[in-house]
Design a protein around this ligand. Structure first.
Ligand SMILES: C[S@@+](CC[C@H](N)C(=O)[O-])C[C@H]1O[C@@H](n2cnc3c(N)ncnc32)[C@H](O)[C@@H]1O
Length: 254
């Protein structure tokens, strides 16, 4: 059973949220603030948002720090939305439609790269290799990703792939994140886990989530929508919001 046209029924999660026109991430703005508290940003720094979605964090960063910000977003509808949302800071914010697995940026040009709920959807190796390429020496990286609290549960990853229809979607454990970050030349400085439903009582956040849930309900089959709830319950029980901070280590010449 679908409430809308049949051809929309099987679109993947990212296409669906692009149609709805708004994005968020677990933990919302409060989790973003926690992520940014541990970053050392200086005036004029270039900050990169990998998968900026509709640009809500671009807005937060541009209002909170005197930095230049680049958002990269795969979906043109969302890149357009992010551009409109950040019009007020046009001289400091630029939004590029692009793929974080092939960043449209030159080497060593970014002081800090961050990403919120994007890397689980992409090829992590390609995205981290690109982040490392564009970061300056000792540039900072900060990630917010759903992470298994304890051990990896393949059944949940399979369920998530069925719900999102993104074949490479994969949730990792904290240990796996540390390993993969190290293997791409990052020194992990700090990690933290927040409960999956950890969230401020932000009215705007609640409205965005309601808009997303109603949008999904209108576009997806009843079965897929019910699977989404099953996934949410499983994530609440077995996963957390993982926050990771690291620094790009200088390349060893020995
Ligand atoms: C869950 S949303 C989070 C968006 C945003 N970070 C936020 O917190 O609102 C995931 C976003 O990643 C984007 N995305 C997925 N794969 C991407 C890729 N390869 N390159 C750039 N963006 C990508 C999606 O289009 C979507 O906007």
């Amino acid at each position: 059973m679908t409430l809308l046209r049949k051809d929309r029924r099987d679109s993947d999660f990212l296409t669906t949220i692009a149609q709805i026109g708004v994005t968020t991430h677990p933990g919302g703005k409060e989790a973003t603030k926690t992520l940014f508290e541990k970053l050392d940003l200086k005036e004029g720094d270039v900050v990169l948002d990998l998968g900026c979605g509709s640009g809500r964090t671009l807005t937060f960063v541009s209002q909170s720090y005197p930095v230049k910000i680049i958002g990269v977003e795969l979906k043109s509808e969302l890149a357009k939305e992010a551009r409109q949302r950040t019009q007020f800071a046009r001289d400091r914010v630029i939004v590029l439609k692009g793929d974080i697995e092939r960043l449209p940026l030159r080497d060593n040009c970014v002081d800090c790269a961050f990403s919120e709920s994007v890397l689980n959807f992409v090829n992590k190796e390609k995205a981290l290799s690109e982040a490392s390429r564009v970061l300056k020496r000792e540039g900072q990286i900060a990630l917010l990703e759903i992470t298994f609290k304890d051990k990896k549960i393949d059944r949940i990853n399979r369920l998530a792939r069925e719900v999102f229809q993104v074949p490479q979607f994969e949730i990792l454990t904290s240990e796996e994140w540390c390993q993969i970050l190290k293997s791409f030349g990052f020194c992990v400085k700090s990690i933290q886990q927040l409960p999956y439903w950890w969230q401020g009582t932000d009215k705007e956040e609640a409205l965005v989530e309601a808009r997303l849930l109603i949008g999904l309900m209108m576009r997806w089959s009843l079965r897929r929508f019910l699977l989404t709830w099953r996934l949410l319950f499983a994530l609440t029980r077995y996963s957390a919001i993982g926050l990771y901070w690291g620094v790009k280590e200088p390349v060893s010449t020995s």
